[in-house]
Design a binder for this molecule. Structure first.
Ligand SMILES: NC(=O)c1ccc[n+]([C@@H]2O[C@H](COP(=O)([O-])OP(=O)(O)OC[C@H]3O[C@@H](n4cnc5c(N)ncnc54)[C@H](OP(=O)(O)O)[C@@H]3O)[C@@H](O)[C@H]2O)c1
Length: 325
């Protein structure tokens, strides 16, 4: 009989559980009967999830190997959602690759049965040196590090989930495009022709719950690509965000694609502004690869999830995003 988690064993550590996707993952794990620990750099970041029953927030530096190993103790499974979207090569290396190394060691030391790594569409251990952006190279390297570290631990399982861009009520994607169109009469857009296959945050969270419930198969490492049913260019997504939010009298604002040289100047200037840039040169580099699923990889359907279409979901939350019409 394949091993399943008994109720006693359903203790899970969720790194990055305070983030946009992590909060949904925590909600759905609680519903599925898991007891959760969420480490965070600052307790205040966990406000949106700390009310969940059976969830404990732990203020912790996850980059401290000893502290991380102690935090992992007592958990049968771990999910890693920690990631950054912007930063230096060193920052990507630390947040994605070095953390993956430390996490693998902590899991091995504690005999964790199942590690779930939230990666990104376009990542691939074979492309850790050659992927077009720091983000994708470091996400690829993180996968490679985990595969290698767990290779000598046959009792441990690794599940890698690679989502396309994720939409949902608190996303920093369609909401930003809607908010911009509430203010500006037209949108100069970098990477306008890049293709995406947006996936709903609740489907991604449900995928985490489902892979945790799968009986162990013959493969120690399994990878899923998580995408929605539609392939859309960035230009179309921006226009849709404008229309659904009611900007420009319900027609959205005109969108002008920028040539790459101008897009890089725009991204460079955004990087100089305080706070997280809306678009960085590294984001532009990521968009050189189409962000769409490879038909040969398993995805949401194989996990028994019917992927939600973008428009009905996004219209429900974007309508309130844009103020002036
Ligand atoms: N959002 C998308 O469209 C998308 C698309 C594809 C893949 N993904 C992947 O999905 C996962 C979750 O993404 P998200 O959008 O939910 O991200 P997010 O909202 O930015 O959350 C990231 C989490 O990582 C933690 N974190 C950030 N920087 C850290 C650092 N330097 N050291 C330690 N912890 C750090 C934060 O925790 P504290 O602040 O509490 O410490 C936060 O909870 C990531 O792996 C991301 O690559 C996301």
């Amino acid at each position: 009989m394949p091993m399943q988690y008994s109720q006693r064993m359903k203790n899970i550590l969720v790194l990055g559980g305070t983030g946009f996707v992590g909060a949904h993952v925590c909600e759905q794990l609680v519903r599925a009967g898991w007891t959760i620990t969420v480490p965070t750099r600052r307790r205040v970041n966990a406000q949106a999830i700390q009310h969940l029953p059976g969830l404990t927030v732990l203020e912790l530096d996850v980059h401290d190997q000893a502290a991380l190993t102690r935090a992992v103790a007592g958990h049968t499974a771990v999910v890693n959602l920690v990631a950054i979207l912007h930063g230096s090569a060193q920052a990507f290396e630390r947040a994605h690759v070095q953390l993956a190394e430390k996490l693998a060691q902590a899991c091995i030391a504690n005999g964790v049965a199942h590690l779930v790594q939230i990666s990104a569409l376009g990542a691939d251990p074979a492309h850790r040196e050659t992927a077009p952006s720091r983000y994708l190279r470091s996400k690829s390297a993180a996968e490679a590090v985990l595969v290698q570290a767990l290779a000598e631990q046959p009792a441990m399982r690794l599940s890698v989930l690679r989502p396309s861009v994720i939409f949902g009520a608190n996303d920093k994607f369609l909401n930003v495009f809607a908010a911009l169109q509430a203010v500006f009469p037209f949108i100069p857009l970098a990477g306008a022709d890049a293709r995406f296959q947006p996936v709903w945050v609740c489907d991604v969270a449900q995928a985490v719950v489902r892979v945790l419930a799968l009986p162990p198969g013959n493969e120690q490492v399994r990878t899923w690509e998580l995408v929605g049913p539609q392939v859309l260019r960035l230009r179309e997504l921006v226009q849709l965000a404008g229309v659904l939010s009611g900007a420009g009298g319900g027609r959205g604002r005109p969108v002008f694609g920028l040539p790459m040289w101008l897009a890089r100047i725009q991204a460079f200037l955004m990087e100089l502004a305080p706070g997280a840039p809306m678009m960085s040169r590294d984001n532009l580099d990521s968009m050189r690869l189409d962000n769409v699923a490879n038909a040969h990889m398993p995805g949401l359907a194989q996990l028994g999830i019917h992927a939600a279409a973008l428009e009905p979901v996004a219209s429900s939350y974007l309508r309130s995003a844009a103020a002036p019409r």
